[in-house]
Design a binder for this molecule. Structure first.
Ligand code: ADP
Ligand code: GN1
Ligand code: MG
Length: 358
């Protein structure tokens, strides 16, 4: 079905005059739609391989968006879902693909912070997001991807893919796999603490990379948190850790020159300050585990990229053959650097906490 026809299945103003793919997300197909009524929208195809139950995804997204719009003093900068002509929050095309329509919010997303203030802003945005969602009725949310940040289960899935060796790629990544498997015990720490109740379950975003927050073009303040598909019960440390993994790294997520891939301790401090300023309800245990949160989410993503490489690149969009292996190696290098800096990160957290009490 033509993309223009899909766009016209929604209750939007005017007829589409241009439909262009944009954004650097790894999961959904995102299209900017401009109409002859001078209106701009965002049309997205929900990735069905990743989200097995797109209708539940949309129910979650609509509920979270309604909740956030209600709390906001600037609803214009909040996501809004435009229903399809039949009133549903999604449209199914003739190939069985699920689509949704959002308002286009005129800001910008970064793949790396340009200034430390940008990163601080994103910390406030995600910290505030988590703080707001503390009042959201968690039991109404469907787990859109079960066991999403269950690192123990991610290792189980990786081992399954190693055993299956669907594409015959295991032999050439033996050393990488050894690296990952040597860290399995440490990587499972948060999941064990979640199961024992040592860490509280909260409603979290679960995908807090910098390009999932829109910044204002003029003020560079955060406008809106995007990508709500994975909002579900989780640990605050997943959100903190994923932001550090992406934004405090000195290389891109798929950096090929591994000598460039380290964690910047100053950026770690900047983010910690913003996050703790906004998410004020964290327990002492959560605060204490922040450094490990960064390591766990990073090594977990390395196992996910590696699994996808072994499976034949089914989950993450790739730009070239071997992209997922490149990504996995970059995340492994970053995780190793974080592991060697756990004590320094702990000292920074302690300093930030002490300063905030003054
Ligand atoms: P994915 O799951 O593929 O990451 P996202 O929802 O994060 O999908 O969208 C991908 C990118 O598209 C974002 O990083 C952002 O740049 C852009 N984007 C998404 N929704 C909007 C919107 N409503 N307004 C403006 N830009 C958007
Ligand atoms: C995916 O959708 P996107 O690109 O914002 C992924 C995250 C990964 C991230 C790595 C639903 O995020 O879990 O951390 O890629 N989202 C899903 O860049 O799997
Ligand atoms: Mg995204």
């Amino acid at each position: 079905m033509k993309i223009e026809n899909i766009a016209q299945a929604f209750q939007i103003e005017g007829a589409p005059v241009s439909c262009q793919e944009f954004g650097s997300g790894h999961i959904n197909q995102t299209v900017k739609v401009v109409t002859d009524a001078d209106r701009v929208y965002v049309l997205q195809r929900i990735n069905k391989y990743v989200f097995k139950d797109p209708v539940s995804v949309m129910n979650n997204v609509v509920a979270v968006i309604d909740f956030l719009r209600e709390k906001s003093d600037d609803p214009e900068s909040c996501l809004k879902v435009y229903p399809a002509k039949d009133g549903k929050s999604y449209f199914v095309d003739d190939e069985g693909e699920y689509w949704r329509m959002y308002n286009f919010i005129d800001g910008f997303c970064l793949d790396a912070p340009e200034t430390e203030e940008d990163f601080y802003e994103s910390a406030l945005a995600f910290g505030h997001f988590q703080q707001l969602l503390a009042q959201f009725p968690a039991d109404t949310l469907v787990e859109t991807i079960p066991e999403f940040h269950n690192t123990i289960d991610r290792y189980r899935q990786l081992k399954e893919s190693i055993a299956a060796d669907a594409c015959g790629r295991v032999a050439e990544v033996r050393e990488d796999l050894d690296f990952l498997l040597e860290r399995e015990e440490l990587a499972g720490t948060l999941q064990r603490m979640r199961e024992s109740g040592e860490l509280p379950l909260r409603v979290t975003h679960n995908d807090t990379k910098l390009n999932n927050v829109l910044l204002d073009k003029k003020t560079r303040k955060s406008l809106c948190v995007l990508d709500l598909d994975t909002v579900m019960p989780g640990l605050s440390l997943y959100d903190f850790g994923d932001s550090i993994r992406f934004g405090a790294a000195t290389g891109a997520e798929d950096e090929q020159d591994l000598s460039k891939m380290t964690m910047d301790l100053h950026l770690f401090e900047v983010y910690t300050r913003g996050f703790l300023n906004a998410a004020t309800a964290l327990t002492e245990k959560e605060v204490q585990m922040l450094p490990l949160g960064a390591f766990v989410i990073t090594i977990e993503l390395a196992t996910r990229f590696m699994k996808d490489h072994l499976d034949g690149d089914k989950y993450f969009k790739i730009a070239f053959p071997g992209h997922n292996l490149v990504r996995a190696r970059a995340q492994m290098k970053l995780a190793a650097d974080m592991q060697s800096k756990l004590d320094e990160m702990a000292a920074i957290v302690a300093k930030v906490v002490a300063q905030s009490r003054k």
